[in-house]
Design a protein around this ligand. Structure first.
Ligand SMILES: C[S@@+](CC[C@H](N)C(=O)[O-])C[C@H]1O[C@@H](n2cnc3c(N)ncnc32)[C@H](O)[C@@H]1O
Length: 272
């Protein structure tokens, strides 16, 4: 465990990519295979930007099946890990809130596991979508997968009590206690996660937050940035139960706790 103390707001998981992969394993690369299925069904060209690429495992899978991939993330630790453990793609540092990796440089952008929800404010969402629009060639695709804000309307099951999780990594046992709260004013889901390891290190509290985005709000934002929504549904997807598998088609509802989006950049870029 690191030397950070309780109350720290540093992100233990994104500062420790190997721990992140141990805690959220995806050995079958379900997430990347789901993204590839979306790209193929809608005829995407080969150049893909995976923004919020984390450890690089999804970017590397897409690279390995023949796409030309750039992975981008804000965390230098994630990017170092990606270059070493998941080589193949080009890896660059970029901020979701506003990036310029070249006009029309990509045929598709993937943004997986709620990374888009690190856009907390409307300005950050506008920055993300206008950067995506700028980066995509005409007809390019945006493929994202995230929590569904609408799930929390009338449901408190994820908020009622802390979730305790325990796993062993490199000989130490880690126990995390996660508490979720809804900040209705900021429209954020806030998470506090306290880590305790049995190796004698101080507990670490990690706080993070995701924007609570609602399906119709997302449609409105996408239309304003020159995107046509091709799919918006709550599953099946890589993090639904049961999970997506090859051959399953997208659903039609947006009621459950994950949202899956495929949108196409249509017409001229509204910002140009
Ligand atoms: C939940 S992880 C998802 C990683 C990967 N997409 C996956 O599915 O395994 C979120 C990632 O978003 C990155 N991130 C957070 N804020 C960001 C920002 N403003 N710009 C770019 N990346 C960001 C984090 O560093 C982290 O790697």
């Amino acid at each position: 465990m690191t030397s950070a103390t309780t109350g720290s707001t540093r992100n233990l998981l994104t500062d420790s990519p190997e721990l992140y992969e141990a805690r959220f394993p995806d050995p079958g690369r379900l997430s990347a295979r789901w993204a590839e299925d979306c790209l193929r069904r809608h005829g995407a060209g080969p150049r893909v930007l995976d923004i919020g690429c984390g450890t690089g495992r999804d970017a590397a899978h897409l690279h390995g099946i023949g796409r030309t991939v750039t992975g981008a993330d804000i965390s230098p630790a994630m990017l170092d890990h990606a270059r070493t453990h998941h080589p193949g793609p080009a890896y660059v540092r970029a901020d979701l809130h506003g990036f310029d990796l070249g006009r029309a440089a990509f045929d598709a952008i993937s943004c997986l596991d709620s990374a888009m929800l690190y856009c907390h404010t409307n300005d950050q969402l506008d920055g993300f979508l206008s950067s995506c629009r700028h980066a995509l060639a005409p007809g390019g695709l945006l493929v994202t997968e995230m929590r569904n804000g609408a799930y929390f309307l009338g449901r408190t099951d994820l908020l009622d009590s802390p979730t305790v999780n325990e796993f062993t990594w490199r000989g130490a046992t880690y126990r995390s206690t996660t508490t979720l709260t809804v900040d209705r004013t900021a429209q954020l889901l806030r998470r506090s996660r306290v880590w305790i390891a049995d190796d004698g290190a101080e507990p670490v509290e990690q706080r993070s937050a995701w924007r609570l985005l609602f399906p119709q709000e997302l449609r409105h934002l996408l239309a304003a940035h020159g995107f046509e929504v091709l799919e918006l549904h709550d599953g099946p997807g890589p993090r639904t139960e049961p999970p997506w598998q090859e051959g399953l088609l997208p659903g039609r509802t947006t009621d459950a706790d994950r949202l899956h989006l495929v949108a196409r950049a249509t017409g001229p870029d509204p910002a140009s």
